[in-house]
Design a protein around this ligand. Sequence first.
Ligand code: FES
Length: 102
Amino acid sequence: MSRLPLGPELERGPRVEIVLDGTPVEAFTGETVATVLLAHGEIATRTTVGGEPRGIFCGIGVCFDCLVVVDGVPNTRACMTWVRDGMQVSRQDGLVARQSGG
Ligand code: FES
């Protein structure tokens, strides 16, 4: 896991926990789902219908490459979605949530 070290110029919001593909992971209020995925070393957020991996590309909500399933809602942009405690996030395979353990 990697995040910038805290210092006088950098603050972090309160710690929360989200569930990523069935596994609880640490996050902080003020982070996007994309931030948490990257902090935990997860580059690909989904695969296309044809099975090609996609991930965070533009980081500003334009490319739609970072789609994930959030609380059962597919096609949610990870880079535009703020984390909140208890959020359920699944990487997306094609148009559906990845099956846990896969
Ligand atoms: S990375 Fe481009 S829309 Fe999220």
